[in-house]
Ligand binder design. Structure first.
Ligand code: SF4
Length: 280
């Protein structure tokens, strides 16, 4: 059973103290974004609270310990997911004047290529200048699939390398993605248990010229609480209540320091989903 002994105030003060000892951090003027350099276009849209998350479905080909989504591993797709896609599209129609970018997520998005084709087209018909990005665990990111996704008009791709335990074969897929996408991002949860693998892959992220490494504070909810070790803390009150892994953000700043010391060319971004992607 996970303990929740730390307060949000304490966790934030600790992070602010660590931050104050690091030169060259850039604040992006919103709730969450502190980075070592410029953000990708998708992140810029998100930090302005002008983004929308489009959940394609929760079928996945990985089963991550830290997964906070209700993902499932099956040969079959859950039919009811289509109602969720319809709801996402309706939300887009409702808010389309404010939305500047849509991020496709899952489950594993590359298991939903036909749905990506369908919804990129439908959304672009409504708003031709919309910006798209996509999250993937990279397992199905073959050159053909990457090209297909690019051809659907997606400009930015974000690999969750943590899902494969930072598997070298998946890391190598960044090379093909680099040729195709305007923005190439590695976006992983800051999970102390995977610290060694994360640090171990950084030279290769530089080799493949990624634009950004986004480190997410690890969100705890009913889908992952029984799989995680460590301590949690509560953020926010009442309906905005969320729970995070205590120590996750400290790891983020350890990695930030490490990357700054080595002068890597990519931006490292501290992303905490206390509030994000919501239309303001
Ligand atoms: S790859 Fe993503 S959706 Fe799939 S199990 Fe891992 S965190 Fe969850």
């Amino acid at each position: 059973m996970m303990d929740f002994n730390h307060s949000e105030k304490e966790a934030i003060e600790e992070i602010e103290h660590i931050r104050s000892g690091i030169d060259g951090l850039v604040s992006h003027g919103s709730y969450q974004a502190i980075s070592t350099g410029p953000l990708t276009r998708g992140c810029q849209i998100c930090t302005k609270m002008r983004s929308m998350t489009f959940v394609l479905g929760y079928r996945c080909n990985a089963s991550c310990q830290f997964c906070f989504a209700p993902s499932y591993q099956s040969e079959e797709y859950d039919e009811d997911e289509k109602y969720n896609r319809h709801a996402c599209f309706k939300q887009f129609l409702r808010d389309k004047n404010k939305i500047q970018g849509v991020g496709f997520t899952g489950g594993e998005t590359f298991l939903y290529l036909d749905k990506i084709a369908k919804y990129t087209e439908k959304i672009r018909n409504e708003k031709p200048d919309i910006y798209f990005w996509i999250y993937t665990n990279g397992i199905e990111a073959s050159p053909e699939n990457l090209k297909a996704v690019r051809d659907f008009g997606i400009d930015e791709i974000r690999f969750n390398l943590a899902a494969s335990g930072y598997n070298n074969k998946i890391i190598d897929r960044l090379g093909e993605a680099r040729k195709l996408f305007d923005y190439l991002v590695v976006e992983v949860p800051s999970y102390p248990e995977q610290k060694k693998q994360l640090i171990g892959c950084l030279d290769r992220l530089e080799y493949y010229s990624i634009d950004q490494l986004t480190l997410q504070e690890l969100l705890i909810n009913g889908n992952n609480i029984n799989n995680l070790s460590g301590e949690g803390y509560q953020s926010g009150m009442m309906f905005s209540k969320k729970f995070f892994l205590y120590g996750s953000r400290k790891l983020t700043y350890e990695i930030i320091r490490y990357c700054l010391d080595r002068n890597y060319s990519f931006t490292v971004n501290d992303c905490s989903p206390r509030k994000f992607g919501i239309i303001g």
